[in-house]
Design a protein around this ligand. Structure first.
Ligand code: BG6
Ligand code: MG
Length: 228
């Protein structure tokens, strides 16, 4: 007889992109703020929290509602294009230095321990951004704004991600910086980890200011289900 060792637990770690892996949330904000100013709408960082994790089209609707601005479909399309063009100009200048502190350490640990690494983002620009940051090869599956029809807080993006790597929801851990994303992870019955402020992300199972506060023993425990 030979003793066959059972496989080590294999989880799926699903990462949001903007504001979790890379510091692009600030570029979304700057581009929306410029458009809002042009339309005479006040748009503050507090308002911006409502846009995090939310699709481009829905984001514009929220901004227009803030200013009670009504617009034709043509105008909306023009503004969406303008916002994305400005956003992409920022993205064009990006490199790996925009990866948020502590992220690489966690990605490397997960890779080393052969865990599934998945992207679950609302952005339609996710792939070029991962390429610019030179980390696209870390991902076993990518689900982005081009794949989903129901935006966060709908759990679709994360359920699709789990499906792509053949993991069930109970084996998935989601990293998110947005309220909508934490709600989506919770609705998917996944473990939700908020990256940001406790006051904003209080619905998450765990909250860290940023990835530098995540001890690798915490990740190890998630892999081995010691903290769930
Ligand atoms: C999310 C961001 O990740 O993607 C939102 O948090 C953004 O702010 C959304 O609006 C859509 O992104 P994009 O790149 O498709 O406009
Ligand atoms: Mg985000």
């Amino acid at each position: 007889f030979r003793i066959i060792k059972t496989d080590m637990a294999k989880k799926a770690f699903i990462f949001d992109l903007d504001g979790v892996i890379v510091d692009t949330a600030k570029y979304h904000f700057l581009a929306w703020q410029r458009l809002a100013a042009q339309l005479g709408i006040e748009f503050t960082p507090e308002h911006n929290e409502q846009l995090k994790g939310v699709s481009r089209v829905r984001s514009l609707e929220i901004i227009l509602a803030l200013g009670n601005v009504e617009a034709s479909q043509e105008e909306k399309n023009e503004w969406l294009l303008q916002k994305n063009t400005e956003y992409l100009a920022y993205v064009e200048e990006m490199d790996e230095s925009e990866i948020l502190p502590g992220v690489m350490q966690v990605l490397d640990y997960l890779k080393h321990h052969k865990q599934n690494i998945v992207l679950g983002s609302a952005s339609k620009n996710a792939k070029p951004i991962l390429e610019k940051a030179k980390i696209i090869h870390y991902f076993d599956a990518i689900v982005d704004g081009n794949d989903v029809s129901n935006a966060k807080p709908d759990p679709e993006v994360f359920l699709q991600g789990a499906n792509k790597v053949n993991d069930s929801a109970k084996n998935c851990i989601v990293f998110e910086d947005s309220v909508a994303g934490i709600q989506a992870a919770n609705l998917a019955n996944m473990i939700s980890i908020g990256i940001g402020e406790t006051e904003i992300l209080h619905e998450a199972d765990y909250i860290f200011n940023d990835f530098t506060f995540i001890d690798l023993s915490f990740i190890e425990n998630l892999i081995n289900e010691k903290c769930v």
